[in-house]
Design a protein around this ligand. Structure first.
Ligand code: GLN
Length: 292
């Protein structure tokens, strides 16, 4: 591309920021665009917020300007900022993301944070099982919080597991990753008992597609999101069956849920012999269930 065609008025930081706001505020709102601009300067130039605020009259190289140009184009097409910069933060861990994994959500971060103070998982010999791990964010954050725990994480997707393995390495955490379909009848861990079985499985019903944002529909993997309308609890059946066999007596099962299906998930867990409790997230929505 001929860089003279870029619409930035100049290479000055102030002009770059203005164009982002002019072109994107209508799509995302000015506050959100400000956050994206901060993230891009951090990712492309290593500038923190203070440096950015005090450098508005500075100019940047043409090659860097081109990166801002493409980021602006991507954002106009609803590409998530996390895909543009390639990573996100989850409970203080750097998590690489891409089209093969769900971008970690703040609600999931809240769920994991609620577990991090648990004294029992600090005990020697603790074992944690994460089903449908995706980017590995949950198990990596838990391993960081409970370094002596043995952590096993499962996903059906080899591509997701490749990212999860890389994320475990970036965060210096030792986790055993297994490729398996938790819905398969043959899924089992011989002789293993876990103190925590956790999962953020696919739970969005196909009928809910219409209410979803384009940045989710176009960029998050459908495999990690959707379940059929006529069998929306399929993963919870499988997780309960696995927990029945592999949850320690004093262990805890934790699953993220579809906010509209809390009662159904609890009924299912009760039928399987568990005592479930629903927890709400920071938006006040039913977001996860703990059961023992
Ligand atoms: N909460 C996620 C979303 O709305 C979905 C996560 C999931 O299906 N596990 O986009």
């Amino acid at each position: 591309m001929n860089t003279r065609n870029l619409r930035f008025r100049s290479n000055r930081v102030r002009d770059i920021m203005s164009l982002f706001h002019e072109e994107l505020d209508g799509l995302y709102g000015s506050g959100e665009v400000g956050v994206y601009v901060d993230m891009l300067f951090e990712a492309f130039l290593g500038w923190d917020k203070v440096r950015l605020l005090t450098s508005k009259e500075q100019t940047i190289d043409q090659s860097d300007l081109l990166r801002f140009h493409w980021a602006l184009e991507d954002l106009k097409h609803y590409r998530p900022i996390q895909h543009i910069i390639g990573h996100t933060d989850f409970c203080g861990c750097r998590i690489e993301v891409g089209p093969d994994v769900l971008i970690p959500r703040p609600e999931t971060e809240e769920l994991v944070n609620s577990l991090i103070s648990s004294p029992s998982l600090h005990e020697e010999g603790s074992k944690i099982l994460d089903l449908c791990t995706g980017s590995g964010c949950i198990d990596i954050a838990l391993k960081k919080a409970f370094p002596q725990a043995e952590v096993i994480a499962v996903d059906i997707s080899e591509n997701a597991l490749a990212i999860a393995r890389r994320n475990a390495a970036i965060n210096d955490t030792e986790i055993t990753f297994l490729q398996a379909d938790v819905l398969s009848e043959t899924f089992h861990f011989p002789l293993s008992t876990f103190h925590l079985i956790i999962s953020n499985p696919p739970y969005v019903r196909e009928c809910e597609r219409a209410q979803m944002q384009r940045n989710v529909l176009d960029f998050d993997p459908a495999l990690a999101l959707f379940v059929p309308d006529d069998d929306p609890l399929r993963f919870y059946h499988a997780i309960a069956a696995i927990a029945k066999k592999h949850l320690a007596k004093d262990g805890l099962m934790v699953t993220e849920i579809n906010e509209s299906l809390a009662d159904e998930v609890c009924t299912l867990f009760r039928e399987q012999g568990f005592s479930p409790t629903v927890h709400t997230d920071f938006r006040g929505k039913n977001r996860w269930v703990t059961a023992n």
